[in-house]
Design a protein around this ligand. Structure first.
Ligand SMILES: Nc1nc2c([nH]c(=O)n2[C@H]2C[C@H](O)[C@@H](COP(=O)(O)OP(=O)(O)OP(=O)(O)O)O2)c(=O)[nH]1
Length: 208
């Protein structure tokens, strides 16, 4: 049985996702049926196969994973602030950035990005943060999985992206590394990033 989860997107479009095994569970919020396809029962598994009923604006040049311009994001952490990370793909690799340990915060590998400001869209925040942190222009596409909690105030949302202009330089990170699929899971990532790695690996292997 195929289920679809469907609700209005932040930009006025509508987002949906079809379920698949092993990626998460539907949140505890009311869901609406979409074009006759039944709504998933609460607790049903979902996967991150995205589609968008809105017209892609500017994302049409991207590889298939990025075609959903502002995808539905499955989150049961609606009251939390969002940190966006961008998985930048190039030539069969993804860009990982090393966050140095600071007082009270562990260091580790992460996807460059940062906090979404009030009134800002995820995509705008992602583009701004990448410009600030890496000095490059990027195109941002689909989310690569469900939101992951960071402590008790934030969630991490990771989007696929690709470089449009410039070569990334570390201004806030201690190191940048273009990582191949086989190296991906060997790096000591920040814990909230780990659930995104299987999808990142899949994109590297199948969609670039
Ligand atoms: N950017 C980013 N942050 C992550 C990832 N994984 C993860 O746990 N985090 C955590 C680390 C930080 O506690 C928090 C992001 O904060 P940040 O310091 O990058 O945000 P920001 O650039 O807006 O910084 P600030 O102005 O608030 O200091 O999210 C990730 O993949 N990317």
């Amino acid at each position: 049985m195929a289920y679809i989860q469907y609700r209005p997107g932040r930009d006025g479009g509508h987002r949906g996702t079809l379920p698949g095994p092993g990626h998460g569970r539907y949140p505890e919020r009311p869901l609406e049926p979409f074009r006759g396809i039944p709504v998933a029962p609460r607790g049903a598994f979902w996967c991150h196969w995205h589609f968008s009923t809105t017209v892609n604006r500017g994302a049409g040049q991207l590889f298939p994973v990025l075609l959903a311009e502002l995808p539905f994001v499955n989150s049961s952490y609606g009251d939390r602030e969002v940190v966006v990370g961008v998985a930048l793909f190039r030539d069969g690799r993804v860009l990982a950035a090393h966050r140095p340990a600071r007082a009270g915060a562990a260091g580790g590998w992460e996807f460059p990005g940062g906090k979404v400001e009030q009134g800002e869209s995820d995509h705008a925040a992602a583009v701004r943060e990448i410009r600030e942190e890496l000095g490059v222009e990027v195109e941002v596409g689909a989310a690569l999985g469900a939101d992951q909690p960071i402590g008790d105030r934030f969630v991490l949302r990771v989007y696929a992206g690709r470089l449009l202009a410039g070569e990334p330089k570390a201004t806030e990170h201690s190191e940048l590394r273009w990582v191949a699929a086989e190296e991906l899971e060997q790096l000591p990532w920040l814990l909230p990033d780990l659930p995104f790695l299987p999808r990142v690996r899949e994109v590297i292997l199948t969609e670039i």
